[in-house]
Structure formats: C-alpha cells, structure tokens
Design a protein around this ligand. Structure first.
Ligand code: ZN
Length: 296
C-alpha cells in the first residue's frame, strides 16, 4: 500500500515520551502528564496546552523533528508533508525554527516537504509576518501554506489576500474548513478561492460538495481527529460520501500525538468502519499520490 501523509501538524506529532520528558525538565516532576496516551478530547487539550507552554531550545526542535520523521518512516510512510506554524524559542527565531525542521528533513529516510501554517487564532498581522518571512528567505523544502487554528476564531476572508500572495509566489494552498457547523457559510468563500486541497470538511452542504467535486479539490480526511472533536459515530463520517461520490481524498492523521494514531491506523479504521476491501482502499491510496504539493 502507498502510505503518504499530507495533513500532519508538527507540534501535534511530537512523541508523547518526549513531550513528557521536556515538561518534567521545564516545570518539574509534579507537572508531569497524568496519562500514558491521549484517549479523550479533554486530554488532547491538556497536551496542546503543554506543547504551547514549553519554552523550547533549538536542540529540542531538532530532536522533535528527527523523532517525528523517524516515526512516520517506521509506520511505512514514504512521503510526508509536515505543516508548521513559525515559532520562537529560548535560542531561536521563527526562521531558525523552520530551518531546523528543513535540516532534519535533509537527514530523514523518507521524502518530506514543508508547509508553513497560518494560525487564524493568532490574527492577520502574524499571518502577514509569516508571508514576509517566506518572501525574504529561501526556506528549503517549502511547498505550500495552510490556514489552520481554532475554527471559531476569525474568518477565511480576512486571510484570503495573504493566501493569494502566497499563491502568487508559487506556493500551494490548503485550508482547514467545515470543522464546525457555523463554518458552512465560510466554506463558500473557501471553495470559491479554489485551494489546492481542503482539510477536514465535516460540515458542508450538498451544493458545496458538488462544487468541490466539479473543481476536483482533494479533501484531507482526518478520521480519528474528527471523531475525537465531534460526537460523530464512525459510520456517520462523510468520508464514505466523499468516496462514493468520487471526490478525491487523502487519508491523514492531523496529529499523531493528540489522536494517538498513525497513518496505518487511520487507513485500517476507515477500511473496517465501512467494510472496504484491501484492493479498494489500496486504489484510493494510490490516487492520493496525485495530490502531493508539487511546485512547478
Ligand atoms: Zn489540522
């Protein structure tokens, strides 16, 4: 089977043991994470809070990157697109952070591309800074930009001009949308913009789905993530509809740490939930190879 990963957030894929170790090192033994793996949404939030509270050193970022890439490789993934929001730490700025990830990519045993992420919770000014960073510097392996972050904060239209500028520079665009019911209106603007891929899309109208189909926009399906963050029953997940309607999809993890998953687990889950045969799922995975971000 062709295992590729097109939607994985760097911070959400840190090894649990590494996060635990860094947490204890920085905040003391009494601040250790009280569970061994993440199994509830509440625990996901605890992990995100821990990740965001760490004041990292460049050596931590390098280590995280090496481990993340090793873990995807061990899972049998042959091609990975990793997305990262530029961060600052104790001894590094946003550019050094991205460069540390790029350097780890050079050493990895699988093919990896980088997507720079814009966190809508951080506002438009920060997004503009990210654009400036990319414009001024040659960031190795960078192929695209992602609009992500809390779907209840901000609106796609605020970020559209910045995404357009990334597009003008030749970068591919992916947008998280349809994660909340209230984003159904926003979906229209996202689809009209015609991103190269769409992330999640749990909530949508039939008309929107038909438009996506006619535009042939692939959807990055994050099955476990969606089940974790909604109360959806597995067999109610729209991936079945995407597949039956012939809409292009890629099976992704979103955050291996937070949803305690791997690409292999996600493939198996979708396969068993909907009773797809090996051959059927294998064909879907093969099609996913066409949705990689390639810069001409
Ligand atoms: Zn995501």
């Amino acid at each position: 089977m062709d295992k590729i990963e097109l939607h994985a957030h760097f911070s959400g894929c840190i090894r649990f043991t590494t996060l635990q170790e860094l947490t204890i090192k920085q905040f003391g033994q009494n601040q250790e994470i009280q569970f061994q793996k993440c199994t509830t949404l509440e625990q996901c939030f605890i992990l995100f809070a821990k990740i965001n509270s760490l004041n990292l050193k460049l050596e931590d970022v390098r280590r995280m990157a090496d481990e993340i890439f090793q873990d995807f490789y061990s899972d049998g993934v042959t091609y990975l697109e990793i997305r990262a929001t530029p961060k600052k730490g104790q001894d590094f700025d946003q550019l050094q952070y991205l460069n540390a990830i790029s350097e780890a990519i050079n050493k990895a045993k699988l093919e990896i591309k980088l997507i720079v992420a814009i966190d809508r919770a951080k506002g438009v000014d920060e997004a503009q800074k990210t654009l400036n960073l990319v414009k001024k510097n040659k960031i190795q392996h960078l192929v695209g930009v992602d609009l992500c972050g809390h779907p209840g904060i901000g609106h796609f239209l605020e970020y559209k001009p910045i995404l357009q500028k990334f597009r003008d520079l030749g970068y591919k665009i992916t947008v998280h949308t349809g994660e909340l019911k209230q984003q159904i209106e926003e979906n229209n603007h996202v689809i009209e913009f015609q991103p190269d891929r769409i992330g999640h899309l749990i909530y949508f109208t039939e008309e929107q789905l038909q438009k996506i189909k006619s535009l042939n926009i692939p959807i990055e399906v994050c099955f476990s993530s969606n089940l974790f963050t909604t109360n959806m029953q597995p067999d109610c997940h729209p991936v079945k509809e995407f597949i039956s309607q012939g809409i292009p999809i890629a099976i992704c993890t979103d955050d291996t740490l937070c949803f305690n998953t791997t690409v292999t687990k996600e493939i198996e889950l979708i396969k068993t939930t909907f009773g797809y045969s090996d051959e059927f799922i294998s064909n879907i995975l093969k099609q996913g190879l066409n949705y990689k971000f390639k810069i001409e």
